[in-house]
Design a binder for this molecule. Sequence first.
Ligand code: SF4
Ligand code: SF4
Length: 262
Amino acid sequence: MSVLITNIQRFCLHDGPGIRTTVFLKGCNLNCPWCCNPENISSYIQNYYDKEKCIAENGVCICGECSFADRINSAEKLAMLSEDDIKRCFPKALGSYGKFYETQELVTELLKDKDYFRNGGGVTFSGGEPLLQFDNLIPVIDELHNNNINICVETALFVDDSIIKKSLEYIDYYIVDLKVLDRCECKKILDVDIDKYISNIELLINNNKRISLRHPVISGYTDSDSNKISIKEFVNKYKGRIIDYTELDEHHLGDRKRKSLG
Ligand code: SF4
Ligand code: SF4
């Protein structure tokens, strides 16, 4: 079984308890306008062109015969890049987001960090929506649990409840987004049904799972007075059942990656 990943980030201190290694999985069923990992939304491998790394001047590159410089401005053109085009680009302005890892290959990579996990740390699966590849993650998680490694997921929770039910025996800690609680706004901004989120989080709570809630405060989307009130009520309702609630400030770290995708 294989898992499609864009990045393995080591020594993470804010992705769950202790020191963690975070694995970013590709594929998400949402498309949040503020997404800081837009390269993880599509569930396919995608080419990119990072203009800021490109060393061409007036369309001429010293790397060789690249005919793409300054002309790559759409996802369609990026899809036409060949492996040779990417290899030739030594400044790595051209590249691909996404690589398939077989179970053992990923486990071996993650076990390299085992010594860092001693004081309650572990592996966090993030994304994208990591639960969309959950079936393929199970053998990886089994191997990590055999090595006493704690497993956390960062999820938006808008997935089928069958996946949540299945995840209960495998996931030790859930970091859950809390975005837009109003039914109409949730449909308008995210095109999803808030009932799915509510029933999934209740499933986690009723099964005594360890949960941290995170609310991204995004101007024009999640920061309305009515949303703030709904979130406050929601957090109060589950006080004592969730470990913590954190507000995340708006930033624009995803902009360069979004542009690089055309
Ligand atoms: S090979 Fe790379 S650096 Fe050179 S022009 Fe093409 S994209 Fe830019
Ligand atoms: S749920 Fe997360 S990964 Fe998916 S689009 Fe929204 S911010 Fe991006």
